[in-house]
Design a protein around this ligand. Structure first.
Ligand code: HEC
Length: 284
């Protein structure tokens, strides 16, 4: 029986391989391999002999995409040395003070970044630029009873240590996000918008236990509000835009969508750090 089962798996494996190899022609395969190399090969800081791969930082969280999405999948909470893993990103925002400025930032960005640190904490940096902070994880032990038996669960409590640019704004909200699995992200880009909107059921009025609403967000690509599809709160509309945001926010790499360096005006060393020779680190 078990042998039959193994045989079946083997057949399935070959069938899938045959199917997927037929899906890509040579040109597409080359494109795929190029894309994969961008995902896996480390970026280096400028100036460097390898100008095609420089531009990392000045502030960053990791030097490859795969460093946070191991095997294209979900990140781990801990690194091998038992520290908080780089896959865990602290996102920052402050409360709106209802001024016109804050209103317009909210319209375009969906949140108001922390004034000194920006919208994300960078745990790493290039030479001579201080990193922003480190993440610490503690656990709260919670006792509960299940079937009359005593059990313990552990609730993670995240804190920021070594805040190198001073304290955070007093209304700062911090959320910690773990790098999610990326399988099928390209397919999500292709789902027809109406199919998503048909499933909107904010108050679970069909009683299937699932509720969901559509999030409309400003897109830098079309420069108008679009249906959000990516990140934990569907705050990014298109895959291309999310990849550009990942490159910029997580690795400090500029693209046509996010130009310049990812430093706030208060981060002097970051603004004065050596620049890559090419103005845009990753071309379209
Ligand atoms: C420092 C860690 C880190 C690096 C480096 C990183 N990511 Fe991510 N990635 C994350 C986290 C965390 C999220 C979730 C973000 C959120 O919800 O706000 C995410 C989300 C995504 C998503 C959206 C997934 C979804 O379900 O909507 C895509 C696509 C993605 N990353 C692609 C990339 C690509 C491509 C690169 C390299 C250019 C990259 N990431 C580099 C941590 C990282």
């Amino acid at each position: 029986m078990k042998q039959n089962f193994n045989f079946l798996i083997l057949i399935l494996f070959f069938a899938i391989n045959l199917y997927s190899s037929q899906k890509m022609n040579n040109e597409e395969y080359d494109k795929f391999m190029l894309g994969r190399s961008f995902f896996t090969i480390p970026w280096v800081e400028a100036p460097s002999a390898t100008t095609a791969r420089d531009g990392l930082g000045p502030l960053f969280n990791a030097n490859t995409c795969i460093g946070c999405h191991p095997n294209n999948a979900r990140g781990t909470l801990y690194s091998k040395s038992n520290r908080a893993s780089k896959s865990l990103i602290p996102k920052l925002s402050i409360d709106s003070n209802n001024t016109n400025l804050h209103q317009s930032i909210l319209e375009n960005q969906g949140l108001i970044p922390e004034p000194i640190y920006g919208e994300q904490i960078a745990i790493s940096s290039i030479n001579d630029v201080p990193y922003e902070a480190k993440v610490n994880i503690d656990f709260e032990k919670i006792k509960l009873y299940f079937d009359d038996e005593e059990h313990f669960i552990y609730k993670p409590k995240y804190t920021l240590t070594n805040l190198n640019y001073g304290s955070l704004h007093k209304t700062t909200n911090i959320t910690y996000r773990l790098a999610p699995t990326l399988y099928g992200m390209g397919l999500i880009d292709e789902i027809d918008e109406n199919s998503i909107l048909e499933n909107v059921d904010e108050n679970d009025s069909n009683n299937d236990g699932i509720s969901g609403k559509a999030n409309f967000v400003y897109s830098k690509i079309t420069q108008k509000k679009e249906l959000g599809r990516y990140t934990y709160k569907a705050s990014v509309a298109f895959l291309k835009e999310q990849v550009a945001n990942a490159a910029f926010n997580d690795m400090g790499l500029s693209t046509s969508l996010n130009q310049g360096e990812n430093c706030t005006e208060f981060q002097i060393e970051c603004n004065e750090a050596p620049k890559a020779r090419d103005e845009i680190d990753i071309t379209d």
